[in-house]
Design a protein around this ligand. Structure first.
Ligand code: AMP
Ligand code: GLY
Length: 425
């Protein structure tokens, strides 16, 4: 079987490794992949938003199934485009992808189906914003309606900032949409909860906690994610049951009623307060770096999960997980999430020997001859699995110290909220 995997981040390297480890005979093609996937698959250079080009390559390489990693091709309708041309795809269609692609769509769906989420108002003019300010307390969260590459959310502590940020969005700061969604600020602890979904059923696909802020102790600007661990202890059985009954089922049923069933990974971003979950956001894909901590804990053959999802047979398989915990720390280019240098050689990478429970997932890397160079903000993910998160973190930091990449930096405190609370973690 020939598999096409779309994307080039740490998430896609983790997906690629799991596919590679599958027992079924297969060949993997990454569109376009990175220096990590190049070791276990064939990288094909292509702009993944050029759907015609992608389709031609899929035909040329005789690809049987396609797995889409990132949100942009999903939101822009790559699934519909390929399905129309008889290509089998793992991922949600354009309509269902609006759960991530339009915050206004997601919030309206919540309202119509009584799904617990922050109070909100969808605004298309500054007067709408002023109305919301009259009746809501600060802080207020200002969100761009459309995709914004992680830069569309601002938590505002004063009214002036709410007005200024909204104004920028109305003026077209983000090309995806000029609408603004204003939200009440929710207090609590964040967690990410994942599912794999087909037309007939859905299955749990891990939980994790990400660390979005660039600085230690969660300070500084937001990033794509600086590190994560799995599972998320805050998602206990009681909370999980509420997530399923109050959030997941009403959402999937609402899509079904529109004859737009969901298929693929669903990422439920939550705020949990007093054991009650509130939906912050949906993503229509695996998280990055959450994928890099969840997949190493997966025991079931990943390719068989993908095939069963595509064929709507998910209910026939049992998905099993290792009890052990995992963590990943992201090695970033100095300056990220602001300006940073590219093409910096990572000299020591080839000298690092990994034990069975350790992984290095590439993100923004490229290989030139035998050397690896950086080409993005988030460059490598070092992951480890074990019984004790403090020890797991120490193992990861040892590897990062061996890599000793002078052009990079990483957070040494991933997991601080639970590790420091309970040394047995
Ligand atoms: P998003 O891009 O929707 O994931 O939002 C980015 C981050 O902003 C989230 O991970 C939360 O930390 C924070 N956030 C978003 N919406 C809210 C909210 N209504 N209340 C509190 N924090 C929020
Ligand atoms: N780690 C956050 C995301 O993938 O959106």
């Amino acid at each position: 079987m020939n598999i096409g995997l779309i994307g080039s981040g740490g998430r896609e390297h983790a997906l690629c490794l799991k596919l590679f480890q599958s027992n079924s005979p297969k060949k993997i093609f990454c569109f376009p992949g990175n220096a990590g996937t190049a070791n276990i698959a064939t990288n094909i250079e292509v702009d993944i938003l050029n759907f015609n080009k992608v389709f031609k390559l899929i035909k040329f390489y005789k690809i049987d199934i396609v797995i889409i990693g990132p949100e942009e091709p999903l939101v822009k309708g790559l699934v519909n485009f390929l399905n129309k041309r008889k290509v089998k795809v793992f991922g949600p269609n354009k309509y269902a992808s609006k759960l991530e692609g339009s915050k206004a769509f997601m919030k309206n769906l919540c309202k119509a189906n009584k799904i617990p989420t922050a109070n909100f108002k969808i605004c298309s003019s500054i007067n709408h914003v002023k109305d919301f300010l009259k009746t809501n307390n600060l802080p207020i969260v200002v969100k761009a309606d459309g995709l914004a590459a992680g830069k569309g959310v601002t938590i505002c502590k004063n009214k002036r900032t709410v007005l200024d940020i909204s104004d920028e969005i109305f003026k077209g700061k983000f090309k995806s949409s000029k609408k603004v969604v204003l939200e009440e600020f929710l207090m609590g602890e964040e967690a990410s909860y994942f599912l794999v979904v087909d037309r007939n059923s859905f299955k749990f696909f891990g939980s994790a906690q990400d660390h979005k802020r660039v600085g230690e102790k969660d300070r500084g600007p937001n990033t794509g994610g600086m590190g994560a661990y799995s599972p998320a202890p805050i998602v206990n059985k009681v909370v999980e049951n509420k997530i399923i009954e109050r959030i997941v089922k009403p959402t999937l049923n609402a899509l079904k009623k529109k004859k737009q069933s969901y298929k693929g990974f669903l990422y439920v971003g939550l705020m949990i307060k007093n054991n009650d979950p509130y939906l912050i956001e949906y993503n229509v894909r695996m998280g990055d770096p959450e994928c890099q901590v969840i997949l190493p804990r997966l025991k079931t053959d990943f390719l068989s999960i993908v095939k069963n999802t595509i064929n709507d047979n998910l209910k026939n398989i049992k998905i099993k997980w290792r009890k052990q915990k995992s963590m990943t720390i992201v090695l970033c280019s100095k300056g990220y999430p602001g300006k940073y240098k590219k093409n910096q050689k990572i000299k020591n990478l080839n000298n690092v020997k990994l034990k069975r429970n350790n992984f290095i997932f590439h993100a923004g890397t490229k290989r030139i001859q035998k050397n690896i160079y950086s080409m993005g903000g988030r460059v490598l993910n070092v992951t480890s699995v074990g019984n004790n998160l403090l020890k797991v973190r120490k193992d990861i930091i040892k590897i990062l110290e061996k890599i000793n990449w002078r052009a990079g930096f990483f957070r040494k405190d991933i997991g601080w909220k639970i590790i420091d609370k309970n040394e047995n973690n």
